[in-house]
Design a protein around this ligand. Structure first.
Ligand SMILES: [Zn+2]
Length: 233
């Protein structure tokens, strides 16, 4: 199970991002269809038939409007603050084009407790993840896309400048993991762990660690820690 990816999604504001993108939509009718279908005003999701009757159009027409609304919302997500990170994190979790991608979208809706109509919410999450990119291997083993360490730390803690002396900290594909109690080698502040999966030249899977200190804003590798602290990882 891609638990790291789910942990990233949980610290991001997926709901707020989608709702802000819907608010930014230019076409009021499409925005209204999507709001009503998701049940954003707290009332139960309206059926295609109900909306059709209200707008005086066919059920099929409402379905098309919903589709266009979701596509327009997805196009607007990168312009919402934090939207690019949400996009990358949803993509990393759903892994479009792989077996079970649709089921993972449903899992995401459930795990994030999105208070929307589950069926429509799953469509939104699948659309956010986007289509499979041609001949790109799974993000889980060769994470040359996805959030950078800076993106993940900023999304989780807000405005943190990550400085690091290790080249790998600049690569993408980082995920937050559960906190461990380890002191920063420089200031003794508490560091937060992040991981990045990678494959060595023999195709064996490993994980890089980054330990980011929120006090002095530096990123450390396990080799930078004292032996006692390293054992706590
Ligand atoms: Zn520090």
């Amino acid at each position: 199970m891609p638990m790291d990816e789910l942990a990233v999604l949980r610290v991001l504001d997926v709901r707020g991002t989608v709702e802000a993108a819907i608010d930014a939509m230019a076409d009021d009718r499409r925005a209204e269809v999507l709001r009503t279908r998701l049940g954003l005003d707290g009332s139960p999701s309206a059926t295609l038939d109900d909306i059709g009757k209200r707008l005086g159009v066919t059920r099929e027409r409402v379905r098309q409007l919903e589709q266009k609304a979701i596509a327009e919302m997805v196009r607007l997500v990168p312009s919402v603050p934090g939207g690019t990170v949400v996009n990358a994190a949803v993509r990393a979790f759903v892994r479009p084009g792989e077996d079970g991608a649709d089921a993972r979208a449903v899992d995401a809706v459930r795990a994030l407790r999105l208070p929307w109509s589950p069926a429509v919410a799953a469509k939104v999450v699948i659309a956010l993840a986007g289509r499979k990119r041609s001949s790109r291997p799974a993000a889980r083993t060769t994470p040359d896309e996805g959030p950078s360490l800076y993106d993940v730390v900023t999304a989780q803690f807000g405005g943190v400048v990550v400085t690091g002396q290790h080249k790998r900290f600049e690569r993408t594909g980082w995920f937050a993991v559960d906190p461990v109690v380890v002191g920063c080698p420089e200031c003794g502040g508490s560091v937060h762990p992040f991981r990045r999966p990678y494959l060595d030249s023999n195709g064996k899977a490993f994980r890089h660690w980054a330990l980011v200190c929120l006090a002095c804003r530096k990123a450390w590798a396990p080799s930078d820690l004292s032996p006692e602290n390293r054992r706590l990882l």
